[in-house]
Design a protein around this ligand. Structure first.
Ligand SMILES: C[S@@+](CC[C@H](N)C(=O)[O-])C[C@H]1O[C@@H](n2cnc3c(N)ncnc32)[C@H](O)[C@@H]1O
Length: 268
């Protein structure tokens, strides 16, 4: 008799998907499948190394998530997974005095998590040769998970907090993402290299007023100087008044707004 080997601490992908597909789950089957893959990714990984002391509750939240996966409640499973994700993302970027000064000058936002929906909805826009950039990346978790789920040519993570970038490098290693795939830049979004990006992700890194407004004005100039297909995923969006006229919005749910210019027809 062969004894089945336990390959994951979670139920099968089909079981998880059924659990998550409650009556009010508005995700497409592909988005739900991506969520299941993310869950399995974190379920089966040992806790991340934590040289900076940023993940004190990881083991506890991981155990709560695994326990919820054994139960009958899809909403609870999702909540427990979100808690784990938010803990990994962090919400308070540690700044040096100079970094803090710059954040204050540009009206920078705290390191709130952009959530899972931009990662789950990005698949149709990620090709093997995609160059992705998160402008104001925190520890880069969004870009790392996207790279892990849908491997692509290049991930640029630009963030003003050097310690968040240090944390992101540790997470990259933990997730076993090849070094050459991810570029880390400790810097100001007002100086961000933008022209070569195909998929731009941002969660309103600075206020669109005062000095921060220059970031959005420069983003528009940089985009205007390109003629390749560009897709933008924007959380807490304030881009409409700045974007070149040939950018059209193709999605919006009050949290995430998506724009695109050029390229083949909407993949659906
Ligand atoms: C709302 S968080 C978004 C984090 C991540 N992109 C996400 O969506 O989950 C905004 C990030 O922008 C960073 N930030 C604020 N001002 C900045 C600036 N002038 N230049 C670069 N990054 C900045 C903050 O440190 C923070 O990590």
């Amino acid at each position: 008799m062969t004894v089945p080997t336990q390959t994951s601490s979670l139920p099968s992908a089909d079981q998880l998907s059924r659990l998550l597909a409650g009556a009010d789950d508005e995700r497409t089957p592909a988005e739900r499948a991506a969520l299941v893959r993310l869950m399995r990714l974190l379920a089966d990984r040992p806790p991340p190394p934590d040289p900076l002391g940023l993940f004190p509750r990881y083991a506890e939240l991981h155990a709560r998530f695994l326990a919820a996966a054994q139960g009958p409640d899809g909403d609870q499973l999702e909540e427990r997974f979100l808690e784990l994700y938010c803990h990994l993302h962090g919400h308070e970027a540690p700044y040096t005095a100079a970094e803090r000064r710059r954040v204050d000058e540009t009206g920078g936002y705290w390191c709130h998590a952009g959530g899972l929906s931009p990662i789950l909805k990005a698949e149709p826009w990620v090709r093997a040769d995609t160059r992705f950039g998160d402008l104001g990346a925190g520890n880069g978790l969004q870009g790392l998970l996207l790279q892990k789920l849908f491997p692509h040519r290049h991930t640029r993570q630009l963030e003003i907090s050097s310690r968040m970038v240090d944390c992101g490098r540790v997470l990259q290693d933990w997730l076993e993402i090849p070094e050459g795939r991810v570029e880390w830049i400790v810097g100001d979004v007002l100086d961000a290299p933008i022209r070569d990006l195909d998929l731009i992700y941002l969660y309103r890194p600075v206020r669109p007023e005062g000095e921060g407004r220059r970031f959005y004005e420069r983003l528009a100039v940089e985009l205007d100087a390109t003629d390749h297909e560009v897709v933008i995923f924007s959380i807490a969006d304030c881009l409409r008044e700045f974007l070149p006229a040939d950018f059209a919005q193709f999605y919006g749910d009050g949290h995430l707004t998506c724009y695109r210019r050029g390229g083949p027809p909407d993949p659906g």
